[in-house]
Write a protein that binds this ligand. Structure first.
Ligand SMILES: Cc1cc2nc3c(=O)[nH]c(=O)nc-3n(C[C@H](O)[C@H](O)[C@H](O)COP(=O)(O)OP(=O)(O)OC[C@H]3O[C@@H](n4cnc5c(N)ncnc54)[C@H](O)[C@@H]3O)c2cc1C
Length: 382
């Protein structure tokens, strides 16, 4: 059986970053997919939104102290310096999101170069782990021994890209608590009362979505299954069940637009695509008519477009979610080295932990930051 100093489960954002920083160690990286970094490849429409101008613990659900300590060790500034040094071409886009200028493949090329000394086992799935003096990792092809084991296997979203429950299973085996994993950064399904939105599939509107005291002023996309788009994905991180409300016209009050008792049709006065207004009018059983004809109660119903409150039925599930909320409880790992407090030489980094960011590059930032913070402390102990 081959013995390595360090074995990583998963060749995703966090393990590739960590192994790029580790020197003079024998390192094995086991990845279920045929190629490394499947998520980096497809993320951000193929251009990977890898961080954000504003990175703060407030953009995350999870242990804020751990998040802050980690970003102090390796934050957004250090990540940009790392990519500058390695020649990544990137650009700043809407809402402070940093994307690759050409293709996310450039990030993968950088990591491939920096991890040349590591041994990759691709298309190989970790099935179980046991521990005596060292860790014995059983894959579907072989057994590998590790002095240190890093669980960097990500969350449950997108199983087609290699996601498995292995990280949680290993954590549980060594006595860790798992905060129930649920899909996040995902679209909402709708209750019957909101089915009118389903007929708008393909339309996108800039809205302000209010959830649990947070506001997301970004695009909302009407989809066949419900609602999606940046504002909904971010809101899904905080939504627990219960109501959200949408301001469909955040820049201007509907009451102001309808104050003038004009003969113009409602659909000509409201600032929405005609299809949207038509479906909304039909949902409140109102005909499109001259604004001057509107009665007080009808005006009120239209004004609700500035405060449309409802409870989503659920979400699109793990297959469509970008990330997993929940994971390994952060109170059971060292806040400096990410080592398990239950089992020496066992580490957890990235999305497998109970830290989840909003949409906008926050999740890659967390994966990269937790990886480097771990290495800094691990190097001291090696
Ligand atoms: C479609 C999509 C788009 C996204 N876009 C963005 C974005 O633009 N910006 C952003 O910040 N975040 C984005 N994310 C989230 C981001 O990809 C993750 O948060 C990040 O990759 C987590 O890094 P990680 O290293 O923890 O896990 P991952 O990058 O998921 O890596 C874990 C790896 O472990 C492998 N693995 C799992 N189980 C096993 C096993 N049993 N054996 C062997 N290997 C295994 C997986 O195949 C995977 O490659 C996106 C996610 C998705 C699904």
């Amino acid at each position: 059986m081959r013995v390595f100093d360090i074995v990583f489960i998963g060749a995703g954002a966090s393990s590739l970053m960590a192994s790029s920083f580790l020197k003079n160690r024998s390192i094995a990286i086991i990845e279920a997919s045929a190629k490394i970094a499947p998520k980096i490849k497809i993320s951000g429409g193929g251009r990977c939104n890898f961080t954000n101008k504003r990175v703060n613990s407030q953009n995350y659900l999870g242990d804020s102290k751990l998040i802050e300590t980690t970003f102090k060790s390796f934050g957004q500034k250090e990540l940009l310096q790392f990519f500058d040094k390695n020649g990544l071409k990137y650009e700043l886009r809407d809402n402070g999101k940093y994307f690759c200028q050409n293709s996310s493949s450039q990030i993968i090329e950088i990591f491939s170069r920096l991890t040349k000394g590591c041994e990759f086992f691709l298309g190989e799935r970790v099935k179980s782990v046991s521990h005596k003096k060292n860790f014995i990792i059983k894959t579907d092809k072989q057994m590998i021994e590790a002095k240190k084991l890093v669980v960097s296997s990500g969350g449950l979203s997108c199983s087609s890209l290699g996601a498995t429950e292995i990280g949680y299973e290993i954590a549980k085996q060594f006595g860790h608590t798992i905060v129930t994993p649920t899909p996040a950064l995902v679209g909402f399904t709708l209750q019957k009362e909101q089915f009118w939105m389903k007929s708008l599939s393909g339309i996108s509107l800039k809205v302000a979505l209010h959830v649990e005291g947070k506001i997301f002023e970004e695009d909302m996309l009407f989809a066949h299954r419900g609602i999606s788009g940046p504002s909904v994905l971010s809101a899904s991180l905080y939504w627990k069940k219960g109501s959200i409300w949408i301001d469909f016209s955040p820049k201007i009050k509907i009451s102001t637009l309808l104050r003038n008792k004009t003969k113009k049709q409602i659909s000509s006065v409201l600032p929405f695509p005609k299809r949207f207004t038509k479906e909304y009018l039909s949902s409140i059983s109102l005909d499109d008519m001259g604004v001057y004809k509107l009665k007080d109660n009808e005006l009120k119903k239209l004004e609700e477009l500035n405060h449309y409150e409802f409870s989503p039925a659920g979400n699109f599930g793990f297959s469509k979610a970008e990330v997993t909320r929940g994971g390994v409880d952060c109170s059971e790992i060292s806040h400096l080295s990410f080592e398990s407090i239950m089992q020496k030489n066992l580490y957890f980094i990235g999305e497998v932990l109970d830290v989840t960011g909003e949409l906008g590059g926050y999740n890659f930032q967390w994966a990269f930051s937790s990886a480097v913070a771990m290495v800094k402390n691990m190097e001291q102990g090696l």
